[in-house]
Design a protein around this ligand. Sequence first.
Ligand SMILES: NC(=O)c1ccc[n+]([C@@H]2O[C@H](COP(=O)([O-])OP(=O)(O)OC[C@H]3O[C@@H](n4cnc5c(N)ncnc54)[C@H](O)[C@@H]3O)[C@@H](O)[C@H]2O)c1
Length: 282
Amino acid sequence: MSGTTIAVIGAGQMGSGIAQVFAQAGFPVILYDVAQQQLDKAMGGIRSSMEKLVAKGKMTTADALASAARLKTTGRVEDCAAADFLIEAVPEQFALKKTIFETFDHALAPKAIIASNTSSIAIGKLGAVTKRPAQVIGMHFMNPVPLMPCVEVIRSDATNDSTFQATRALIERLGKTMVVAKDRPGFIVNRILAPMLNEAAYALQEGLATREDIDTAMKLSCNFPMGPLTLADFVGLDTLVSILEVMEREIGDPKFRPAPVLKEFVAKGWLGRKSGKGFYTY
Ligand SMILES: NC(=O)c1ccc[n+]([C@@H]2O[C@H](COP(=O)([O-])OP(=O)(O)OC[C@H]3O[C@@H](n4cnc5c(N)ncnc54)[C@H](O)[C@@H]3O)[C@@H](O)[C@H]2O)c1
């Protein structure tokens, strides 16, 4: 299976982490993005992440060099054509993901599997834009991918057993734990997490407490590793707004309406950690 070539589409926070863990697990990886700057940033981030793993004794220098050598970057669709398994990690917008699914459905061999790292968009809807809906699956990694042990897997009504088994086998090879969710907006993790992060934003907006106290209260009272506003910055405020909007629309419950402060920050370009500013400044 280590001969399985992986293509990762979108070299942002998630795509770069996904590419890294597959390369470290011995797979040849092609990382594709429309922005060369993102590909350069991703490779820089992957190298420094591996250096940290080496410094902590979790990886040898030889393994880091071999892993980096298995990773290629590209801005050309044709370079991904040989992939057996593709994971899409572009921004959380259906129209954009639809274009990616159509493009790569056309470019890849008929037997290849297409997975989406979407946080909230229905896998059945993405599969339906391809000629291979049985080979389309949700593979939702957590951020930061190299450190987080869980992957949520989502089958649509059309996803076949061999696609599911191939996905399960890859997750095992990564040494991660799989959980399975139905194809409903937000799946397990964001169905529960996104409303909580949104509520923290509403609380801040209403002046319930300072951002520091909201975060400290949840960290120390609920034993969370970080507060919800810090976590929202980590996720990306644009991504969080998109997830909430999908859930509000598809589940039809106004409780998922994004807090106005989130939308205001996104409009200003304050996207969280990735843009250097969100609830906090980085
Ligand atoms: N951020 C999180 O914590 C998190 C966690 C799990 C899943 N996700 C999901 O992963 C996906 C990506 O999120 P992210 O946080 O990595 O976003 P991001 O904004 O960090 O990265 C998105 C990348 O996609 C690239 N891109 C945009 N248009 C493209 C195109 N047409 N072709 C190829 N690449 C293109 C961008 O240049 C960018 O590098 C989203 O669906 C999101 O919901 C995010």
